[in-house]
Design a protein around this ligand. Structure first.
Ligand code: MRU
Length: 351
């Protein structure tokens, strides 16, 4: 939780309160999830979003589901329902696997309470991991010679996308705490414009930033205006190939061409050791309406959606792309900064 007003997810009685991100950055409003269906809808419709937060919400979704029965079958069905909501963010599957493993080992009568405890632990661990990502990423910013350091990010990998702190934005928050001057170029991130969420977060944190059209990134990199690109991740394959919001790959290509370091920040829960490489990461194909329509505020400040293309226009809307490990300078996790080819060293010999 960031403050009483600004939080992504928290328990309220036997419900779960979320910040409804579909209304941001225009409106800060809370919604309550009371059932498995509410949780599944919140993830699918992107009221909550960002890989770590999707995982935490799924964990709480299991806790909500067990209100109606906590037998093995009900548990498995609730996990199947939640797993089907979005395909790319591996934190969703990671959290559900962890919930199932924990709860199947507990007598049915104690499962409801255990589910809340485990979901709470997943949320707390995510916040703690992201805080450590911030500390490790801060060192990268400290090593930049220019002041203010000039960063670029894509999509939203801030506290909105997690239980707290964020991933790619956590080092920026740590830099701000340390009094280190920085400026951030924030790309719009068409079609869902998660860059506006990042701009809103940075505004709230009083970190100087500039919104750019996605296609302006290459020019700014070529002009030497960016010292480091840092983005989040939705799934990192065992070989370091990284799926993140569509458009990330183009930034990585341009950064490599311009000699600008390109970092990925993510907790260990985003690393899919069962996925050998990027070609095996499922890429979510979203509805074409997201490209044909744009939402915002009308002249009276009321939420409105306008069509910018006819419904008959064929569109393709892949939500993520994969950046090959060779374009990534390092992966910042809670255990430090690691070369993408060395991820196996983060896990020791454990399961
Ligand atoms: O489709 P979304 O908004 O859920 O997108 C996922 C993301 O937030 C990003 O890809 C992000 O950069 C990685 S998750 C911290």
């Amino acid at each position: 939780m960031i403050s009483d007003r600004l939080f992504t997810i928290r328990e309220e009685g036997d419900a779960v309160a979320i910040l409804d991100q579909s209304l941001l950055p225009h409106q800060v409003a809370t919604r309550h999830l009371n059932t498995l269906a509410d949780a599944a809808h919140a993830i699918r419709a992107m009221l909550v979003r960002g890989a770590p937060l999707i995982g935490v919400t799924a964990a709480y979704g299991v806790a909500l589901a067990l209100k109606d029965g906590a037998g093995d079958k009900a548990l498995r069905q609730s996990c199947d329902t939640l797993a089907a909501t979005r395909p790319t963010a591996v934190n969703l599957h990671w959290a559900l696997t962890r919930m199932q493993r924990c709860l199947l080992a507990v007598p049915v009568a104690q499962r409801r309470a255990a589910a809340w405890t485990e979901a709470r632990a997943i949320a707390a661990e995510d916040a703690a991991a992201n805080r450590r990502i911030g500390a490790h990423g801060l060192v990268l910013i400290e090593n930049i010679a220019r002041r203010p350091a000039s960063l670029m990010t894509h999509c939203n990998a801030g506290w909105l996308a997690t239980a707290a702190w964020g991933t790619a934005l956590a080092p920026m928050y740590c830099a701000r705490e340390a009094g280190l001057p920085l400026h951030v170029y924030v790309s719009e991130t068409r079609p869902r414009n998660q860059g506006l969420l990042t701009a809103w977060e940075l505004h709230e944190a009083r970190i100087p930033h500039t919104l750019i059209a996605d296609n302006a990134a290459g020019l700014l990199l070529r002009e030497g205006k960016v010292d480091m690109v840092i983005v989040g991740a939705d799934r990192i394959a065992a070989n370091g190939d990284t799926a993140n919001k569509v458009g990330t790959y183009l930034k990585a290509l341009a950064a490599a061409d311009c000699g600008v370091p390109f970092y990925v920040a993510a907790p260990l829960s985003t690393i899919d050791r069962d996925c050998p490489d990027g070609a095996h990461i499922p890429i979510e194909a979203r509805d074409g309406g997201e490209l044909r329509h744009v939402g915002g505020l009308d002249r009276k400040g009321k939420p409105a959606t306008v069509a910018i293309a006819p419904d008959s226009l064929a569109v393709a809307n892949p939500a993520f792309d994969v950046t090959p490990a060779r374009l990534i300078s390092g992966i910042v996790t809670e255990r430090g900064v690691c070369a993408p080819g060395q991820l196996h060293t983060l896990f020791g010999n454990g399961p």
